[in-house]
Write a protein that binds this ligand. Structure first.
Ligand code: CA
Length: 406
């Protein structure tokens, strides 16, 4: 999703100050909000959006102050890359992805024919963005974006996204009530921002509407179009895991620092399985997502193109790795530099089940690690004498499993 505010930076904390916001300022700002909506109505008309569309869907929205808190919140808990990848690229997602490759094989073949992006890459983006269309976000887009267009520190940017949302409705692509998404406005199976939708979404099932909420063919084609327009090189691997020789000087590492393969060969870099690097081919850069003691990768242009979808190297690596797993590739050979590895979604659910059995009130075991689960983990870690970091990792899971029923 091409957007300047990444969904992946949404912090996990709940915002206790929300209800404590001074009431008089909320009342004053509700007048300001109405005035702002009036200005937006005028701007919408200037962009060719019908007055009827605005009046039906936007004229009476009420601001949702919780999105302002999310806009300004700093992440309280920084997710280590091994936790991030363990949740996004687990066996469940690999199996689901392989089933999707099979189910949508004909469409994916046509998509590759038109945009030059292979099925595994397209399905990997789909799996990471929306869990294959199952997780689209629940917040009404016009409410979130209307609020951010009139309040907070990035109003100009969000005004554009708000007006783009109205344009999508006005052109009849997606019904207003189907337009829900993240607090920052990413929506649908591809999690595009509305302006990205207008630029890049594709009608691939031929019904005349570009529908990234309810049409899988439109969603797959739009993802491929995004990557194609970002400069995707058909037939070229994103990169691969490598092994560095002992004492390797890693000062030249970095995604942008691409060098000829002959240089990497000359410096003793090998494939992760110890075999020689392929000689020749496009220039590649050394990526060390967890520093020199973790897995190492040589990445090329297509890694950058994936990065363009959501400006985070961990995100790009998740998609790249999932695409390899969907093709039958292995898990990384070099372990992450931690003695407490990340756990899959199935293991997260199991951890939550154990916490619930031990009397913690954390809701249902849905595999989503929120504030309540972290607090419960901290309590158990303290009892066990572990570092109380609130992480849902292998060590606390194993400890609780070993105590089960005792
Ligand atoms: Ca369509």
């Amino acid at each position: 999703m091409k957007k300047t505010i990444s969904r992946k930076t949404i912090p996990v904390r709940i915002l206790p100050l929300l209800l404590g916001l001074a009431m008089p300022s909320v009342q004053a700002s509700s007048r300001d909000f109405a005035a702002c909506l009036d200005r937006l109505r005028f701007q919408a008309t200037q962009r060719g959006i019908s007055k009827a569309t605005f009046d039906t869907h936007a004229a009476r929205i009420e601001p949702d102050l919780s999105v302002l808190e999310l806009l300004d919140a700093q992440p309280e808990f920084k997710t280590p890359i091994w936790d991030y990848l363990a949740g996004l690229v687990d066996e469940e997602r690999v199996e689901d992805g392989r089933a999707m490759l099979e189910q949508w094989r004909d469409v994916l073949r046509q998509v590759e024919g038109r945009f030059g992006v292979d099925p595994a890459t397209v399905v990997a983006v789909w799996g990471v963005e929306s869990n294959f269309g199952r997780t689209l976000g629940q917040r009404p887009l016009l409410v979130s974006l209307g609020t951010l267009a009139c309040m907070g520190r990035r109003q100009e940017y969000f005004r554009g996204e708000f007006l783009s949302t109205l344009k999508i409705i006005d052109e009849g692509h997606i019904a207003a009530e189907r337009l829900t998404g993240s607090w920052a406005g990413a929506f649908g199976q591809t999690q595009f921002m509305p302006s990205t939708f207008l630029q890049l979404a594709v009608d691939f099932d031929g019904d005349g509407r570009r529908d990234l909420v309810d049409s899988v063919p439109d969603s797959l084609a739009s993802t491929a179009n995004f990557l194609h327009r970002g400069g995707w090189r058909s037939g070229e691997a994103w990169g691969f895991e490598v092994k560095l020789p002992p004492g390797f000087d890693t000062s030249g590492a970095g995604r942008r620092n691409k060098r000829p393969m002959s240089m990497w060969v000359g410096r003793g870099v090998k494939l992760a399985n110890g075999e020689p690097l392929p000689a020749g081919g496009p220039d590649r850069a050394l990526l060390l997502p967890a520093g020199e003691n973790g897995p190492a990768f040589l990445v090329g242009k297509n890694f950058d193109v994936i990065y363009g979808y959501n400006a985070a190297e961990s995100y790009a690596l998740a998609i790249a790795h999932l695409s390899d797993r969907l093709r039958g590739g292995e898990v990384f050979r070099t372990p992450w530099p931690t003695d407490d590895p990340g756990i899959s979604r199935a293991e997260r659910r199991d951890l939550q089940r154990l916490l619930i059995e031990r009397g913690h009130d954390i809701g249902t075991a849905d595999g989503m690690i929120g504030t309540k689960t972290r607090q419960a983990i901290v309590q158990e870690q303290k009892t066990l004498g572990h570092e109380p970091n609130g992480r849902a990792g292998w060590r606390i899971l194993e400890a609780l499993r070993s105590m089960e029923g005792k």
